[in-house]
Design a binder for this molecule. Structure first.
Ligand code: GLN
Length: 484
């Protein structure tokens, strides 16, 4: 099946004329038609446009970028000119918001010749850890369809795992790339805050949001990062720190790397299969020549609580634009302007979004701002300092991605706090604004993928990819395909 190819393999075949871009696109379309009725990973199909773009590329017959002619999937929060973009929320779905412009990432990928075949399912406005808050219903995990694919980029992770696209775009505010990548056995990268442009990607919590790829391999991740990273005049928070050649150091190996193992991430309640797989992965790093260092990140225990103050606060502000006037659906016969806003927002938003708007509005209100938001910002600085200290002595930090493998659909349906706890290992990197990656490192007894998280200091994506690549080359977890 052509859609199981990696980007590198597909590019090789394209340049040798063994396959055309049209065939690659068609293979993804066929795959989506065969399995997506079960998975629900794709919420908008771009097939005709994708085939047209492929035809053009094939007629020129040149593949200057490793991404030219390569089919991919886009999380439904990235604006794509002329393509419905709903953030999987009824507030945008009902009148079908069609952006008149491309996100910077979409623009850069288009320039490289990559072709988007569809938009992927996400928790509503990316709020969640299971894709269950989507107005289109949950995405199923291709390894076990009774289970979630994780979230919020669950559609992207499941889509890549099930070979519906060769790679996908996700967003990571509090783990939404790494956690679903881990649950689905794919490779996900959260970039340093400011490394990739957020322009044209619907905001959740602006000081935490990052965008990045979900791929099948580490090398593919380096390729996608290469074309999307870097300063963007349209996003003032992007940095002009030079973008290195992300593949230059990929094969430098593990020797000489100092790897930190933070005790705070190996807690009671860690699923035994997760613990065993992650510990075995750590041993593999050592076997390949890395030096292991026990470290402590003492403020880790506050990361989740800090996140769940800062995130809803910024959410409450970002959601204000969906008022039925600037953005959002409309309602008939309102009694007054206030009634109009109330009706639009109460019928348009789902309960998780409403919960965060309420928590965030409370935390930002006069009298509570100092006690919550400002306090959380202070703790955020302390968490960042823990990492700064740690990175004086180590190059890479290793932890599990999630405390357990993928849970069953509905398991946390009535318990938002249990859902928040899913992010336990995600929020340290978020608070520190550092890059972090999830790569496959094993399977549970019932054949569910397990993820290993790697983190480095800010702007050290090349180092992160090098360590991940060295591990990946000696293991075969990433080559396994789900039974679907
Ligand atoms: N689970 C986290 C949350 O619900 C992650 C969200 C994200 O990264 N977009 O906030």
């Amino acid at each position: 099946m052509l859609s199981t190819l990696t980007i590198t393999q597909a590019h090789d075949k394209l340049t040798k004329r063994e396959v055309s871009s049209t065939e690659l696109i068609q293979a993804c379309i066929d795959r989506i038609e065969a399995v997506d009725g079960t998975l629900n990973a794709i919420v908008c199909r771009n097939f005709e446009k994708a085939l047209e773009e492929a035809k053009k590329i094939d007629s020129v017959g040149k593949f200057p970028s490793p991404l030219t002619g390569i089919p991919y999937l886009t999380k439904d929060v990235y604006c794509e000119a002329g393509v419905p973009t709903t953030a999987c929320s009824n507030i945008l779905r009902e009148k079908t918001y069609i952006p008149p412009f491309d996100s910077t990432t979409r623009k850069r990928l288009k320039e490289a010749g990559a072709i988007s075949v569809g938009k992927t399912n996400t928790d509503e406005f990316t709020m969640g850890a299971s894709t269950e808050t989507s107005c289109y219903g949950p995405t199923r995990n291709p390894w076990d369809t009774t289970r979630v694919a994780g979230g919020s980029s669950g559609g992207s992770a499941a889509g890549v795992a099930a070979s519906e696209g060769l790679f996908a775009l996700g967003t990571d505010t509090g783990g939404s790339i790494r956690q679903p990548a881990g649950f689905c056995g794919t490779t996900g990268l959260r970039t340093t805050y400011g490394r990739t442009s957020r322009y044209g990607v619907m905001s959740m919590a602006s000081s935490l949001d990052t965008i990045g790829p979900i791929c099948k391999t580490v090398e593919d991740t380096a390729i996608v990062l290469q074309s999307i990273a870097g300063k963007d005049p349209l996003d003032a928070t992007t940095s002009d720190v030079p973008v290195p050649d992300y593949r230059a150091d990929l094969r430098k190996g593990m020797k000489g790397l100092r790897v930190g193992i933070p005790k705070e991430y190996f807690i009671d309640g860690l699923d035994p299969s997760v613990e065993a797989s992650v510990k075995a992965a750590i041993k593999e790093f050592e076997r390949q020549g890395a030096t292991l260092v026990d470290i402590s990140l003492p403020h880790t225990k506050y990361a989740l609580a800090t996140y769940y103050v800062i995130c809803p606060s910024e959410v409450s502000s970002n959601m204000a634009r969906y008022d039925g006037v600037r953005y959002g659906h409309t309602v008939k016969n309102p009694k007054s302007l206030l009634d109009y806003y109330e009706q639009v927002r109460s019928t348009g938003f789902g309960s998780e979004v409403k919960r965060r708007i309420m928590i965030g509005t409370y935390a930002l209100s006069a009298g509570y701002y100092d006690a919550y938001y400002r306090q959380a910002q202070k703790v955020r600085t302390l968490i960042g300092r823990d990492f700064d200290e740690a990175f004086k002595n180590v190059d890479v930090i290793l932890t599990p991605v999630s405390p357990t493998p993928a849970f069953t659909v509905g398991a946390h349906a009535d318990d938002p706090v249990a859902m928040y706890l899913e992010d336990a290992f995600m929020d340290g990197a978020v608070m520190a604004g550092i890059p972090a990656m999830s790569i496959p490192c094993g399977f549970s007894k019932n054949n569910l993928p397990i993820g290993l998280q790697l983190m480095t200091a800010q702007w050290q994506e090349a180092l992160l990819l090098r360590a991940a690549y060295a591990y990946e080359q000696e293991t075969d977890w990433h080559t396994k395909l789900p039974p679907l």
